[in-house]
Design a protein around this ligand. Structure first.
Ligand code: FES
Length: 117
């Protein structure tokens, strides 16, 4: 299953981990090419999302441990430190702050999760 991203033709797919490594309706951090990537398993909808693990508010490597949910249908993650919230589709900060995060497409195939970078 693939999330509803427009996947650029230049994307390069990287193995993240088996599906079982990610908690239901939660996230986990994987390291790909030296980058920490937060991967989220929205098991209640069957969708997957990924973003940078670093919260740009205070540069903390923490977003994989954030609370996930949706805001009027838009999947989001809230940083556990100060609750800054980001769209997992656009990376936009949903609190109105100017900083944003990088988001990445996710693909699941034969029990493995892949992130496109
Ligand atoms: S460090 Fe994430 S909201 Fe402050």
């Amino acid at each position: 299953m693939t999330t509803e991203f427009e996947t650029p033709e230049t994307v390069s797919w990287h193995v993240a981990a088996p599906v079982s490594a990610f908690p239901a309706d939660g996230g986990a951090c994987v390291k790909i090419d030296g980058r920490q990537i937060a991967v989220f398993n929205f098991s209640h909808t069957g969708e997957w999302y990924a973003c940078q693990n670093m919260c740009p508010h205070k540069m903390q490597m923490i977003l994989s441990r954030g609370l996930i949910g949706d805001q009027q249908g838009e999947p989001k993650v809230a940083c556990p430190y100060h609750k800054k919230t980001f769209s997992l589709c656009t990376g936009e900060n949903l609190n109105g702050d100017s900083y944003r995060i990088e988001t990445y497409p996710v693909r699941v195939d034969a029990g493995m999760v892949y992130v496109g970078l």
